[in-house]
Design a protein around this ligand. Structure first.
Ligand code: SAM
Length: 229
């Protein structure tokens, strides 16, 4: 059974998606999508041999070879030009997602949607998206097994009248999450505030305390209090 997290990621894809799932591991996501939508097509990319073989196996066991192509390679380099209308990158750190997107920029010619699910540092992904012509159009926050997962959907801004900009709070919390503020949002950020408080106390006690970093964390704590009150 597919995790709640990946189900939510899948829900951000349109019907008839022609998408790449980069870092697909067992290819659970493309298999779920293609089972439920016979008009969908997917490329499952994996950089590691083990997960690549698992992906091939899963696709075979579901008889989905006609809909899903499993490829071994780094990031977006597994794609030919003008292949993927949607790109999904889930279950990795935000800075890795950002570098995969950045190194494979030239493969995004017809990609009108990028769906990212960074495990940490969603901010890095949001910055990359908005500085590369994508607008964040939807977000969600899923709690599963004690973890919080942010999902970001973005769309190519074919004709931007004004360049998309986000302020620091929108970059950290997510522009749409700030508007929607689902229940999990309060839970996540209240837990983050507690963590931050502990870190700040530890830093204050350290021999050489980094005042700049402490100030940054204090600022973040203040923002959290503002958005969760
Ligand atoms: N996307 C799945 C999910 O969300 O459940 C799997 C997440 S798994 C934690 C991350 C996967 O990304 C691993 O299987 C790893 O081999 C793969 N990966 C890491 N860096 C990659 C890269 N540069 N290109 C392709 N795959 C990568």
């Amino acid at each position: 059974k597919l995790s709640k997290r990946l189900k939510r990621v899948a829900s951000f894809l349109p019907k008839g998606a022609v998408f790449a799932d980069i870092g697909s591991d067992h290819a659970y996501l493309p298999c779920y999508v293609c089972k439920n939508d016979q008009t969908a097509k997917a490329i499952a990319g994996e950089v590691n041999e083990g997960p690549y073989r698992s992906a091939v196996e899963t696709v075979k066991s579901h008889n989905l070879e006609d809909q899903i192509d499993v490829r071994l390679g780094n990031g977006l380099h597994v794609l030919y030009h003008q292949e993927a209308r949607q790109v999904v990158i889930a279950g990795m750190g935000g800075s890795l997602i950002k570098s995969i997107l950045n190194e494979g920029k030239d493969k995004l010619e017809i990609t009108d949607q990028i769906i990212a699910q960074p495990n940490v540092d969603a901010r890095a992904v949001r910055i990359w998206l908005i500085t590369n012509g994508y607008t964040i159009t939807d977000e969600d926050l899923v709690e599963e097994n004690g973890h919080f997962y942010e999902i970001i959907k973005s769309e190519w801004n074919a004709n931007p009248s004004t360049p998309a900009t986000l302020d620091e709070q929108q970059l950290l919390f997510g522009p749409i999450l700030l508007l929607k503020k689902p229940y999990a949002f309060y839970k996540k950020w209240k837990a983050e505030a507690k963590k931050l408080e502990r870190v700040i106390q530890q830093m204050k006690q350290a021999k050489q305390s980094d005042q700049l970093k402490i100030n940054q964390f204090l600022q973040e704590k203040k923002w959290i209090a503002e958005v969760t009150n």
